[in-house]
Design a protein around this ligand. Structure first.
Ligand SMILES: Nc1ncnc2c1ncn2[C@@H]1O[C@H](COP(=O)(O)OP(=O)(O)OP(=O)(O)O)[C@@H](O)[C@H]1O
Ligand SMILES: [Mg+2]
Ligand SMILES: [Zn+2]
Length: 340
């Protein structure tokens, strides 16, 4: 009688083990193969399913070890940050709102980083899949070649290797991809590029706080985020949303860039604060982050951008270029701060 009970108990225990290891195998499988997009919802589903299965066997397995294992399991289900080969630090340039000057800032920041320290190499990744700007801003066109192991070789101008959806899709082709298509494109841009060796990879983010932003911050280690904002109140509210998203996913917010805060007349150089002078500063204060730079609204910036000759390389002696170089050195200082 006693032996019978013992056998039964053993069988139940083995059964529980079997289910557990199968489940962990399945979960591990999904952790390795899941698409780059993880909203977190599917993890919750997996967690719920995991809990239910466990309940059936709880009596036969010691409760404490069970909880311990559960914890490990959850940890395994979280997306893993995998660094981009050859890239030391990823800096994302983001905003809550569209059209505030992210791409212009990203390009000139990248060039400013290089101008400040020529021993550093800098890459530029255009994460704006629907509206890529880097090809135009960096005056680049064409299809990337492939290495022997099928990695895309970035196109280079002004000493900066660049990768963009714009190199992969015709200008005229409507990019009406959704969901997984976009995510697999993003995965390719993140993981299948031969960057060689770059110290800083500046990422030009699409506007908003959507899937692309999440997928990047959840899949590659981001050294810091630079939030671009104009001093309009409405833009500032969005900038705040942007900054808070990065805080939530544990990406250090390096600070804010106050863009177009002051209009500098190209004729007489007089300055006008079109949107109010200090909105971004107040927001930075509220968020507990600093203002990294103040970029004037200047015709020169718009014109050089449109020509594909960013102001930092085409007019290096202008005050506008100086403003971007100053921004670049603040970014480097902040990176050192958050890294220590
Ligand atoms: N400081 C500036 N002075 C003058 N023009 C600027 C300045 N910053 C950006 N611009 C111009 O504003 C327009 C929008 O800039 P940009 O494309 O960089 O914004 P964005 O935030 O990347 O937009 P999107 O959200 O669509 O990606 C461009 O025409 C650009 O040349
Ligand atoms: Mg842009
Ligand atoms: Zn004037």
């Amino acid at each position: 009688m006693r032996t019978n009970q013992l056998q039964q108990h053993r069988r139940r225990r083995d059964m529980a083990h079997f289910t557990y290891s199968r489940m962990s195998h399945l979960l591990r499988f999904s952790a390795n193969n899941a698409s780059i997009l993880r909203t977190g919802l599917e993890r919750k589903d997996a967690a719920a399913c995991c809990l239910q299965l466990f309940r059936c066997h709880q009596r036969s397995v010691d409760n404490k070890t069970l909880q311990e294992r559960q914890k490990q399991q959850m940890a395994r289900g979280l997306p893993k940050l995998k660094s981009i080969p050859g890239v030391k630090e990823v800096i994302v340039v983001a905003s809550g709102k569209g059209g505030v000057g992210k791409s212009t800032t990203a390009v000139n920041l990248a060039l400013g980083l290089m101008a400040n320290d020529t021993s550093k190499s800098v890459g530029l990744l255009d994460a704006d899949i629907y509206g890529p700007s880097i090809p135009k801003l960096m005056n680049l066109k064409g299809n990337p070649e492939l290495t022997d192991n099928n990695l895309m070789i970035p196109l280079t101008n002004y000493g900066i290797p660049c990768m963009s959806m714009g190199f992969l899709v015709e200008d005229s082709a409507p990019i009406v991809w959704r969901g997984l298509m976009v995510m697999s494109a993003m995965e390719k841009l993140l993981k299948q590029v031969d960057w060689g060796s770059v110290d800083y990879l500046v990422v030009d983010m699409p506007p908003g706080t959507g899937d692309v932003q999440l997928s990047i911050t959840q899949n590659v280690p981001v050294a810091g985020a630079v939030i671009v904002s104009t001093p309009q109140d409405i833009a500032l509210l969005d900038a705040r949303r942007g900054a808070e998203m990065f805080k939530k996913v544990n990406v250090p917010v390096l600070g804010l860039v106050q863009n177009m805060s002051v209009f500098q007349c190209p004729n007489c150089n007089h300055q006008t604060h079109i949107f109010g002078s200090d909105g971004a500063r107040q927001l930075a204060h509220t968020l507990g982050v600093e203002v990294l730079g103040d970029i004037p609204l200047h015709l020169n910036i718009r014109e050089t951008s449109d020509r594909g000759q960013p102001v930092v390389v085409s007019c290096p002696d202008s005050p506008e270029a100086e403003a971007y170089r100053k921004l670049a050195s603040s970014v480097v200082r902040r990176l050192q701060e958050v890294n220590t």
